[in-house]
Design a protein around this ligand. Structure first.
Ligand code: ADP
Length: 885
């Protein structure tokens, strides 16, 4: 199965198979033809040779038969039987002349001794005993003619075979034999003639063997009488055994030969024809060669074709596959592969074409990918904000980057005015952007045309484009020659168009327009999002603003940070505590702010370990008590998403605590003194063992009364203060006699007998409305202070004057005065200057605080005016208070 799969996947194998499919029937036919024709040729050759061998055998048989007949006839001649030498000579000579193949005719005696031969010379063997000869032995027991083995005749010294006929007497007694020697040479000559007939075929041999296996005839007489086994392979025995046939076998030298044999049965001889197979089957061999060459050629052509196909087509295609895959997946192609493919791309054929087109495809894919990536990046940049103005400016920025252009504008419908105006621009003059206003029906404007057509419109040269004629001047002034308008297909946002200007005439390419259109879609989305967000978020923003206002107005500081400690939010108070500008607090580490507040480096973990601890920091020169509280910010699922720090300003609490303890200590002190005095004098009066005179009694009682007044005053002061603090102080305004008020205040203050007291009132003052008892209290407190701190002999003056819309009261003494740095603090409750005088004088530090409270209740101010000597405290009461509701 897998093999088949590889087959189906391999074009080379398929083509090879197809080729074989075409070629195999042809080759099979060729081989079958070769076989059949070969066999036929061989059969023909063999048949020819057998026919020839048989013909020779027949001819030889006839010749030998003639000789045998001859000797048979001779044996019947009287002269031969009777050994009449003369007549016998005659007969023998006739035989010799009639038979050129016979060279000797002779007569042996019964004992095998030569009796007569003809011709008689040159050597005579008469008297020689030939009884050892095979033919003699055979003749002894035969009465038919015989043929002998081949041999050399001692008489003629020639190779001969003898035909003999035993001679018997009438009584059948063997009386000798008559023989004719047949010249083997003549047989051989016949064979040579036959061979000559066959042309000069090389290696063509014919020979005749006698019954003993001797060569009896051979075209080359040198071979005569040689034993056959010296020159022939075993096959000759078949012929001698009376069989005929042919066989291919190797000769004694190892060469292949076709041997054909036929018997000469009458004498037990055999004819052998032989020739080298390459001659015998030359035609067949040529045919075979042709077949082999054809098969070889086809195989070679097939292989060569396959090789070339693989090299030129399949390999390049195979190599191309992973590369085109890599291109498709936008993967890197290995440098070695790239080199090979570039080499292939230089080919002029279809493969070169294919590769070139794939490389072009690669380039365009890469370009597209790059564009996509840019577009994506740009879109991401554009949609990353929901703030419309940020979105617009990003669109401009990114278009400038995308197309490398300098002049861009976004034109949008101003819904209120019903005309299009520049909403954002880049690289255009202020005059242009401010003045440009387009009616939706404007025919020559590129942006209006694009919006109407809902597709990009370009004017590639403003100077030559007739539709642009009315705007040409403006284009010249602004310095552009080409414009492209791309409409943004908005739904929720007002109709908007992107305009791109080029300083030179420029045909915006399909690609540029395409790219810009894709980008425009993204930009539209971003604008739509921003607009929708703006709308839907208006309420949220309102809420956020409120929340923001709330958090901003908090008296406590609040810092929120992300998990990495980066500040996300810090309110106004934090800025104050840290003495940093609000904008400096964005995107810095919490540690930074905390270090700023603490005035020392501190990391957040250390800071957290200070949990709920309290510190005092100096803010604007004033010490503030801050309590830190850190907390985790969690989402709905209790997952920590950030950290928070609250900085409680507990300065007021601390102050209050201080004041409370001050109040208790002061009040208890201030109460105890008069109470002790009252108790003391009352006890004294009540003592039964002492009788006090009336004068002393009165004195004691008046002390008790004074101290009670002091107590009442203190309690009134405290009550006033608490009313002021709680805001429940109600003024009852009435027109007041200023001098009267001052006098009463002074009398309540109990001027000492040594005090010089003066009142200076500016003439012509308008009527003053005030809460008279409260005004008296103010003046009493101030005059009391002057008495206390300037002494019992001090000169005290109260001045009254008008300043603008207010009456100013000034209480002036010539005492120790008030140090300038304390001129604010003395108005605080329970605040007393910590000097020796303050220590000896009684007082709760409430007088000036009450004065301030009462003055402010009149919407006036109280302050210290610096003097070279003594103190001067002034306060204002605005005029026209009665008119107020
Ligand atoms: P008290 O007089 O009870 O101490 P006040 O609020 O009236 O409290 O005054 C606050 C402080 O201001 C006094 O302790 C004193 O040190 C200082 N002071 C007030 N008036 C005078 C003044 N006329 N001359 C010098 N010091 C003054």
């Amino acid at each position: 199965m897998r093999k088949w799969l590889t087959f189906y996947r391999d074009l080379g194998l398929q083509l090879l198979a197809f080729y074989l499919l075409l070629i195999i029937p042809f080759l099979v036919t060729l081989l079958v033809f070769d076989r059949l024709v070969g066999a036929r040729i061989r059969a023909d050759v063999e048949a020819n040779d057998i026919a020839l061998a048989r013909a020779i055998a027949l001819e030889t048989d006839i010749a030998i038969g003639d000789s045998l007949k001859t000797v048979q006839q001779l044996s019947s001649y009287e002269s031969v039987i009777g050994m009449d030498r003369e007549k016998m000579g005659e007969v023998f000579s006739i035989v010799l002349s009639a038979r050129p193949d016979v060279n000797l005719v002779y007569r042996l005696g019964a004992n095998g001794v030569m009796l007569y031969h003809f011709p008689t010379g040159p050597e005579s063997t008469v008297g020689v005993d030939f009884s050892f000869r095979d033919y003699y032995q055979n003749a002894l027991i035969s009465n038919i003619p015989l043929i002998s083995e081949g041999r050399i005749s001692p008489t003629t010294q020639q190779a001969v075979a003898t035909a003999v006929m035993p001679i018997r007497s009438a009584s059948g007694e063997f009386v000798g034999l008559v023989g004719t020697n047949i010249k083997l040479e003549s047989l051989s000559k016949t064979l040579a003639a036959i061979i000559a007939e066959h042309g000069s075929e090389e290696g063509f041999e014919i020979l005749i063997l006698d019954a003993s296996g001797q060569v009896i005839a051979h075209p080359d007489t040198a071979f005569l009488l040689k034993p056959a086994n010296e020159i022939l392979p075993e096959i000759y025995t078949q012929a001698l055994a009376g069989k005929s046939g042919s066989i291919v076998t190797s000769d004694l030298n190892g060469g292949q030969r076709l041997y054909t044999y036929a018997p000469i049965p009458s004498v037990g001889w055999g004819v052998i024809i032989s020739r080298p197979t390459e001659n015998a089957f030359a035609t067949r061999i040529i045919l075979q060669r042709i077949t082999q060459i054809a098969v070889g050629t086809f195989i070679l052509i097939g292989l060569a074709f396959w090789g070339i196909l693989s090299w030129r087509v399949i390999n390049p295609i195979e190599r191309l596959a992973p590369i085109s895959e890599a291109i498709g997946l936008n993967q890197q192609i290995e440098p070695s592969q790239r080199k090979r493919i570039e080499k292939l791309s230089r080919r002029a054929d279809q493969i070169g074409n294919l590769i070139r087109s794939i490389l072009r495809m690669e380039n365009s894919i890469a370009e597209r990918m790059k564009e996509q990536a840019t577009l994506l990046e740009i879109s991401a940049a554009v949609v990353s904000s929901l703030d419309l103005s940020v979105v617009l400016s990003r669109i401009l920025e990114q278009v400038a980057r995308l197309l490398n252009v300098q002049m861009i504008a976004i034109i949008a419908l101003d819904v209120e005015r019903g005309e299009f105006r520049v909403r954002a621009s880049h690289g255009l003059s202020q005059g242009f952007t401010e003045q440009l206003s387009l009616q939706p029906s404007e025919p020559s404007s590129v942006s209006m045309r694009a919006l109407r057509a809902r597709e990009p419109i370009q004017v590639s040269d403003t100077e030559t484009d007739p539709s642009y004629k009315p705007r040409r001047e403006r284009a010249q002034a602004e310095g552009y020659r080409a414009v492209l308008g791309v409409p943004l297909n908005t739904k929720h946002a007002p109709p908007t168009c992107l305009l791109i200007f080029n300083p030179e005439p420029h045909e915006f390419s399909e690609n540029e327009i395409q790219l810009l259109s894709s980008f425009a879609n993204q930009a539209t989305m971003a604008i739509e999002n921003a607009i929708l967000f703006e709308r839907s978020d208006a309420r949220l923003q309102e809420q956020t603003r409120r929340l923001e206002a709330l958090v901003q107005s908090m008296e406590d500081g609040l810092i929120l940070s992300d998990l990495k400690g980066m500040v996300i939010y810090a309110n106004r108070r934090v800025a104050e505590f840290a003495n940093l500008a609000s904008e400096d607090m964005a995107n810095i580490q919490v540690e930074k702010i905390i270090s700023h507040i603490l005035g020392e480096e501190m990391d957040f973990e250390n800071f957290r370990s200070l949990k709920k601890s309290e510190i005092v920091v100096m803010v604007a020169g004033r010490p503030l008590n801050l309590r830190f509280e850190t907390f985790d910010v969690t989402d709905g699922k209790e997952t920590i998403i950030g950290r928070g720090v609250i900085l409680h300003d507990i300065t007021a609490d601390r102050e209050l605590d201080r004041m409370k303890s001050n109040l208790i200590s002061t009040v208890s002190h201030e109460l105890r003194t008069p109470l002790a005095a009252i108790k003391g004098y009352a006890s004294t009066l009540l003592a039964e063992d002492v009788e006090w005179d009336v004068k002393s009694q009165r004195e004691f009682l008046s002390i008790i009364s004074d101290e009670t007044d002091r107590l009442t005053g203190l309690v009134n002061n405290l009550l006033d203060l608490s009313r002021i603090e709680s805001g429940s102080l109600r003024l009852s305004l009435e027109k007041c006699d200023i001098e009267e008020v001052i006098r009463r205040g002074a009398s309540q203050a109990r001027l000492g007998s040594g005090n010089k007291f003066q009142i200076k009132i500016e003439a012509g003052l308008p009527a003053l409305y005030a809460d008279v008892p409260r005004l008296e209290t103010i003046l009493r407190n101030l005059i009391e202070n002057s008495i206390k701190y300037a002494g019992e002999t001090a000169a005290i003056e109260v001045q009254v004057s008008r300043q603008g819309d207010a009456i100013i009261f000034r209480v002036i003494d010539d005492g120790i005065g008030i140090p300038p740095e304390k001129s604010e603090r003395i108005f605080e409750r329970f605040y007393r200057l910590d000097d020796s005088l303050a220590r000896v004088t009684s007082g709760a530090g409430l007088g000036l605080a009450i004065c301030q409270g009462l003055v402010r209740a009149h919407k006036g101010e109280i302050w210290v005016e610096q003097m070279n000597t003594g103190a001067r405290i002034a306060f204002s009461i605005p005029l026209g208070l009665d008119e107020q509701p």
